[in-house]
Design a protein. Structure first.
Ligand SMILES: *Cc1c(COP(=O)(O)O)cnc(C)c1O
Length: 467
C-alpha cells in the first residue's frame, strides 16, 4: 500500500473521538448512544476500505455519513404513499383511509387511559363491545353485535361456535377463496366444522339445502361471492328463502357479506349491494362483514344478529384471542357515528368521498397536473390524459367499474423503460404507485386528494430513479 494511504489510515479518528464531537453528541442525544456508536463503526469500516484504494477523507465527511446512516435506520418501513392504482380499497396498500374523526378518536385512545372495560355508571367491570354495540344495532337493525380482529376472524369464530364437530352446509357455488390464505374449506377445517357441500358450482336449489339438513347440521352458511360472479345457467337460493328453510329445521343461518355496506350505494352512483340491515331483515341469524372495506373504518370484523348466538360467541374462549384493542374500537365508534348523517358521508368518509368523485372532476385534475408531469419527464416520455376505469377493490362489486381519468406516461425507450419509470415513481420521497398497461404507466387520479404534495413530490423525480 502507498505511504500516503497508510498515513491516512493511521489518522482515521477513533470511535471515541467521534462520539466526543459536539455535532455527534447531538445525534447521540436524538438516536441513542448505541445506535450512534454503531453508525460510526459502520462509517469508519466503510471508509477504511476506501482509504486503501486511495481515497481521502475529512471528519465532516464522516459526520455526514453517520447522519445519513442514522436517518435511514430511523425511516419507517411502513411508508405513506400515493395510491394511483385506481383501486380505491387496495388490500396491499392498506384498504380504507380513515376519516379525520376516526383518526382523532384513535389518537386520543392511544394517549390516555380509557373506559375500555369499565362501566362509569356503577364503577364495575364493563364490556369492550359496549362502545359499538348500540351504534351497530341502531345502524343495522340487529338485536346484538360484537367486534373481532377482521372478517376472516368473524367467520372463523362463528363457525367454531356454531358448528365445531358438526356440519356446516354451504353451496358449491360459494366455496370462495378471497386471496391470501382465506379459503372457505380451510377456514372451516380450522374452525373444527365439517364441510357439507351441496348443489353444484353453477346451480344450487332449495331442495339441496333441505336434503342436507339433519341432526348433524350446526349451521347453514351463505357466502357473498365477493370477487367473482357465476353467470349464465346459474341458480342460487335467495337469503330470504334460505332463512325459511333454516327456520323450519331450527338451524342458524349465517350470511358472510364480506364487504358489507351500511348504506345504499346507489346514493353515490354505484350499483346497489344488499346492505347489512337488509341481510339481517332477510332473516339471517348472524351477518358478518369487514370494517375496512366499504364501511371505511379500521381493520375489524363485525358479527351482528341474534342475541343468544352473540352471547354464545362471546363465551367462546377463541373470542379473547380475536378481540380488538382500544385504538381500533375508538376508530370504529367514530367511523360508525358518521353513518348517522348519511347526507354528509361522502364528505366525511374518505372511502365514500373517493368512490363518489365525479369523473369530470378527476378529468379537470388531470388537466391541471399534466404540465407538471410533462415538465418532470422531459422529452423522454409522452404524457397524455386518458379515460380509465377505477374499481372499488377488496371484493366489493368485483365486476363494476367507475369511470375515471388518469395520466398515461409512456416512455419513448421501449423495452424495460416502463418498468424503470414505475420504479422511479416508486422511489420518490412519497412513492407514487400506478399501474402498468400497454407500455405506459397509468396514474388513475381518483384517489389523489393532496395535489400540492403531489406536485412538490414530483420535483424530486429523476429519470432512472436516482435521488
Ligand atoms: C373480504 C372477505 C372476507 C375476509 O374479510 P377480511 O376483513 O379481509 O378478513 C371474508 N369473506 C368475504 C365474503 C369477503 O369478501
Amino acid at each position: 500500500m502507498a505511504e500516503a494511504a497508510l498515513s491516512r489510515l493511521r489518522n482515521l479518528p477513533s470511535v471515541d473521538r467521534m462520539l466526543h464531537r459536539p455535532d455527534i453528541a447531538v445525534l447521540a442525544e436524538k438516536h441513542g448512544r448505541l445506535e450512534t456508536t454503531q453508525a460510526i463503526r459502520e462509517t469508519l469500516a466503510a471508509l477504511r476500505e476506501e482509504l486503501r484504494s486511495g481515497a481521502d477523507f475529512d471528519e465532516d465527511m464522516i459526520v455526514a455519513s453517520v447522519l445519513f446512516r442514522l436517518a435511514v435506520r430511523a425511516n419507517t418501513r411502513l411508508q405513506p404513499l400515493f395510491n394511483l392504482t385506481g383501486t380505491v380499497l387496495h388490500t396491499n396498500l392498506g384498504r380504507a383511509i380513515l376519516a379525520e374523526e376516526a383518526v382523532e378518536a384513535a389518537t386520543a385512545a392511544m394517549r390516555q387511559a380509557v373506559s375500555l372495560e369499565f362501566d362509569l355508571a356503577n364503577g364495575k367491570r364493563g364490556e369492550r363491545d359496549d362502545h359499538v354495540r348500540a351504534l351497530v344495532c341502531e345502524l343495522t337493525g340487529a338485536e346484538d353485535a360484537t367486534l373481532v380482529n377482521n372478517n376472516a376472524a368473524a367467520v372463523l369464530l362463528v363457525l367454531n361456535t356454531l358448528s365445531q364437530g358438526r356440519e356446516a352446509v354451504v353451496s358449491r357455488g360459494e366455496l370462495i377463496e378471497i386471496g391470501g390464505a382465506f379459503r372457505m374449506p380451510e377456514i372451516m377445517a380450522r374452525a373444527g366444522a365439517r364441510l357439507r357441500e351441496i348443489g353444484t358450482t353453477n346451480r344450487t336449489h332449495a331442495r339441496d339445502y333441505a336434503d342436507a339438513l339433519g341432526p348433524e347440521t350446526g349451521v347453514i352458511l351463505k357466502v357473498h361471492t365477493s370477487n367473482y360472479r357465476i353467470e349464465g345457467f346459474a341458480a342460487e337460493v335467495r337469503a330470504r328463502d334460505l332463512a325459511k328453510i333454516a327456520r323450519q329445521h331450527d338451524v342458524p343461518l349465517v350470511n358472510d357479506l364480506g364487504s358489507g355496506t351500511l348504506v345504499d350505494l346507489s346514493r353515490f352512483g354505484l350499483r346497489k349491494e344488499p346492505t347489512v340491515r337488509e341481510a339481517a331483515e332477510e332473516g339471517a341469524d348472524l351477518v358478518t362483514f369487514s370494517g375496512d372495506k366499504l364501511l371505511g373504518g379500521p381493520q375489524a370484523g363485525f358479527i351482528v344478529g341474534r342475541k343468544d348466538l352473540i352471547a354464545a360467541i362471546n363465551r367462546n374462549p377463541m373470542k379473547r384471542a380475536l378481540r380488538v384493542d382500544k385504538v381500533r374500537i375508538a376508530a370504529c365508534e367514530a367511523t360508525l357515528k358518521l353513518y348517522r348523517d348519511p347526507d354528509r358521508l361522502a364528505e366525511k368518509l374518505p372511502t365514500m368521498r373517493l368512490l363518489a368523485r365525479p369523473a369530470e372532476e378527476v378529468r379537470r385534475q388531470a388537466e391541471r397536473l399534466m404540465p407538471a408531469l410533462v415538465d418532470a419527464l422531459g422529452p423522454g416520455a409522452a404524457v397524455e390524459i386518458v379515460a380509465c376505469q377505477s374499481q372499488i377493490g377488496s371484493g366489493a362489486l368485483p365486476l363494476d367499474t367507475i369511470p375515471s381519468f388518469g395520466l398515461s406516461l409512456k416512455p419513448k425507450g421501449g423495452g424495460r423503460a416502463v418498468e424503470e419509470l414505475s420504479a422511479a415513481f416508486r422511489g420518490l420521497p412519497r412513492p407514487v404507485i400506478g399501474r402498468v398497461a400497454e407500455g405506459a404507466l397509468i396514474l388513475d387520479l381518483r384517489c389523489l386528494e393532496d395535489e400540492a404534495l403531489f406536485r412538490q413530490n414530483l420535483s424530486f423525480y429523476r429519470p432512472g430513479g436516482a435521488r
